[in-house]
Design a protein. Structure first.
Lengths: 625, 201
């Protein structure tokens, strides 16, 4: 039975870790005065951070600690007094020094902040009641905090059609406040560089090159921009209505699967503290929504491990390219296809767990239950916007059906539960259905960085030695460092493995591979922290949760580890349902049938899709030499 | 049911050649037209000169605009690829500075000064009249490719306000009524030699 701590109404959150692991430099501490109080802070920290550290809240919008410190929205203006002269300064970018005097709550500071927010609102489509981010919007909260009751400024307003020509992310420029947080996270953390400020002045838009839709540019669909957006300008493409329709349809048999990380993040949407395990309530809620079978993607994560561990051993024997690169993160796969096509052959041919699950549901499970695969609807609850893209890839499915029909993010599931009037807190704890709901702890830790490698090594060790390895040895796989490497003994040889999360770190690893460094196996996750920091996870836009959700990924990852510890089954190859599946249906890992159902292929997509520059590049570059 | 499957199979066997996309057509055209490709060779020379140097994007774009006459998307993407700069950033720079244009320019560039003095003396009426004369709506270039009308910041000839320049020539103390005559002068100059748009493709 999963452990669910008692619900506490005032959640206590651990101080989030810094997103960038730069070395802590010991800095001089200075004394300054904020609102008449003497405050000590390290020299060079911003007024905003110094104030927040002593419980003085200054509103902010464009500020994301360590990622976006540009002082552009001017919502955090405070009065700074130097030699008796008071000036207005953006507190998020103004460094503190000895003897500084700051007034955060003077009439002038309050007045100008209000003016700034009013100006932002004067060019913002204020459709709060119908907005996806209603009650979870930072702009809405700031406006409320400042007590804005009317907007003095009436002037020109942008009216731009909504960009939604893709299955994953919707962009509404009319709600954009030009804080550039999406741009910062995309270029500094993910290093994909989709967004840039185009044009200038009132006309400026934070947009992909040439104002194209995200589907037309080299976007990896990870959804980090959605998490970073303070308003409803960037949101996932909802498919809640389609799922309701399928549930209503008497002819359809609707099967749902939940990704490992959902059980530790869904609770946040209902006020549980970050890192609460709500597996039992999640299952109960899905049953009450009317799903015919409630299964766990953790099961197919176990299966992925069986396939991938065998693939690794095969490649170590000299069949196929090394290093083997994990392929369960669709954002990372797309990243590789766009920017590092020479490593496509290194990618594991395994489908990602939720696609494996879909393929098996419509074959193995359908046969077992005597169901017509075309009548089965597979819904996947994923922490991810990239899974929406992945499910729409034409290679996943047959001529007659898609492996996975609908992908809902954690946020969308929370909305469905609310729509259905289910009181989440009062739900009993229920168990997943069998057989595709049985999973080992190895499947659960797939949801955080390092988990895939740890799970695969547990199984590969058994496959080669016939012995179970001591689990305690491999704790070093976990933790928060962006790029980790270590050595593991397998098959009498020392293999070098690497773990990267966030595509910025992936770039660093791949550049080293390009330079000729040798690794045997690498796990790469597109999102910082792995799936627990995914683009589909709950967003903190409320007053109590000002940080973006990826700062909470450690608490979520710890919860997944707790699930792993609490399980009796901790290795993928021990999963009885997986064993049975191989006996009854697939034969053995990497069998022909397994290859047909569980494996896939990848396509190079080019850095600049839509431009046939490679030809041009080659053609005219020959004149250079 | 059976028939449907048959049809589907038949459909599968057919070899469908998709029509060429616009980019393909362009590309084919380019590879046959050697004269057009020389612009990219010119651009390559510029890129080679600045290769590996940081902060030279604006200079490269400036040269590219001189070579191509304007900066179409393809040229921006090409510069991005060769300089290893994200195309979004290149496009951001191009759209930020008014000196870069992304549409082909007309033969004569007409700049109407919008400085304070000219503005007070009725520069906006001049622009309106020009737009009316040349039948311009949102676009800046007349359909015959002869004129591109833009507004500029103060050009320092406030004593002659309102002022406009046509290429290097300055016309001061303007009255909307004068414009027809001025434009006619240039139109007559170019009569006979039909001007073609300076296009890459």
């Amino acid at each position: 039975m999963p452990i669910v701590p008692e619900f506490t109404p005032t959640p206590e959150i651990k101080k989030p870790g810094n997103l960038f692991e730069h070395d802590e430099i010991k800095m001089k501490t200075v004394k300054l005065t904020i609102d008449g109080r003497e405050v000590k802070a390290p020299e060079g920290t911003s007024i905003l951070e110094a104030s927040r550290s002593v419980g003085i809240e200054i509103p902010s919008l464009c500020y994301l600690k360590g990622i976006n410190e540009i002082g552009s929205c001017r919502v955090c203006l405070v009065e700074v007094e130097i030699k008796g002269v008071r000036t207005l300064q953006a507190s998020c970018v103004y460094p503190v020094f000895e003897g500084l005097t700051v007034y955060t709550n003077s009439p002038r500071a309050r007045r100008v902040r209000r003016t700034m927010v009013e100006l932002l609102l004067s060019d913002h489509h204020r459709e709060c009641t119908t907005c996806v981010r209603n009650l979870n919007c930072e702009l809405q909260n700031v406006a409320d905090d400042l007590g804005i009751r009317n907007i003095k400024y009436t002037g020109e307003m942008n009216d731009i059609p909504i960009f939604n020509d893709n299955p994953f992310i919707i962009r509404d420029y009319n709600k954009c406040i030009k804080c550039r947080r999406c741009e910062a996270i995309c270029s500094k953390v993910q290093e994909v560089n989709v967004y840039s400020g185009l044009g200038r002045g009132f006309e400026m838009k934070v947009a992909p090159a040439f104002m194209q839709d995200l589907s037309k540019v080299a976007c990896i669909t990870c959804g980090q921009c959605v998490i970073a957006c303070p308003t409803g300008s960037l949101v996932e493409k909802e498919c809640i209505e389609s799922v309701w329709e399928a549930l209503e349809d008497k002819d359809k048999y609707v099967v749902v699967q939940t990704a490992p990380s959902i059980q530790v993040t869904l609770g946040e949407s209902f006020g549980y503290p970050v890192g609460t395990i709500v597996t039992g309530k999640l299952v109960a809620a899905l049953r009450r929504l009317g799903f015919d079978q409630v299964f766990a993607t953790d099961f197919s994560a176990d299966l992925t491990i069986m396939e991938e561990a065998n693939e690794l051993l095969e490649r170590l024997d000299g069949h196929g390219k090394l290093p083997l690169l994990s392929s369960c993160s669709p954002g990372w796969v797309k990243f590789c296809e766009h920017f590092y096509p020479e490593f496509i052959e290194n990618l594991s041919s395994c489908k990602s767990p939720h696609e494996m699950f879909g393929a098996l549901t419509k074959t193995y499970f359908a046969e077992k239950q005597g169901l017509d695969p075309e009548k089965i609807v597979v819904v996947a609850i994923m922490p991810c916007t990239a899974k929406k893209f992945e499910a729409a890839r034409p290679e996943f499915g047959t001529k007659h059906y898609k492996d996975v029909d609908w992908v809902l993010t954690t946020r969308e599931l929370a909305r469905m539960i609310r729509q259905a009037g289910i009181k989440f807190h009062d739900l009993p704890d229920e168990d997943y259905d069998t057989p595709l709901g049985i999973a080992s702890g190895a499947g659960a830790i797939f949801g955080s960085t390092g988990g895939v490698i740890e799970a695969a090594v547990r199984t590969a060790y058994y496959l080669t030695t016939g012995k179970e390895m001591d689990l305690l040895d491999y704790y070093e796989f976990r933790g928060i460092s962006g790029l980790k490497e270590m050595e593991v003994e397998l098959k009498g040889q020392t293999i070098k493995v690497a773990i990267a999360h966030g595509t910025g770190n992936a770039r660093r690893l791949l550049d080293r591979l390009r330079a000729g460094e040798k690794f045997h196996y690498a796990e790469i996750m597109a999102c910082p922290g792995g799936c627990v920091g995914g683009g589909g996870q709950p967003i903190f836009g409320t007053r109590d949760h000002k940080e973006i959700s990826l700062n909470y990924r450690h608490n979520r990852a710890d919860a997944l580890d707790r699930i792993d510890y609490s399980k009796e089954l901790r290795r993928a190859h021990e999963n009885p349902s997986v064993k049975k599946l191989y006996e009854e249906y697939l034969g053995h890992p990497l069998s022909d049938r397994a290859r047909e159902l569980l494996h896939t292929y990848y396509t190079p997509r080019g850095k600049l899709p839509g431009f046939e520059l490679e030809n041009l590049y080659g053609e005219s570059s020959k004149y250079l030499h | 049911m059976e028939e449907a499957t048959k049809q589907e199979q038949f459909h599968d066997e057919q070899i469908i050649i998709p029509p060429m996309t616009e980019t393909e057509i362009k590309h084919k055209k380019r590879s046959t037209e050697k004269t057009k490709d020389h612009k990219y060779i010119e651009l390559d020379k510029v890129l080679e000169r600045y290769r590996g140097q940081k902060g030279e994007l604006i200079r490269v774009l400036h040269s590219a605009q001189k070579i191509f006459g304007y900066l179409p998307q393809e040229v921006q993407a090409y510069v991005a690829l060769k300089m290893d700069i994200p195309v979004s950033e290149v496009n951001g720079v191009v759209t930020f500075y008014t000196l870069f244009v992304t549409e082909p320019k007309g033969k004569h560039s007409v700049n109407v000064c919008m400085g304070t003095a000219c503005y007070v003396k009725g520069a906006s009426e001049i622009i309106d009249k020009l737009k009316e004369e040349l039948k311009l709506d949102a676009q800046e270039t007349s359909t015959d490719g002869l004129f591109t009308v833009r507004s500029t910041r103060c050009i320092g000839a406030c004593g002659m306000a309102p002022v406009m320049t046509v290429d290097e020539e300055v016309h001061g103390r303007l009255n909307p009524a004068d414009l027809t005559g001025i434009l006619k002068k240039y139109q007559e100059q170019d009569a006979g030699e039909k001007y073609e748009h300076d296009q890459v493709n």
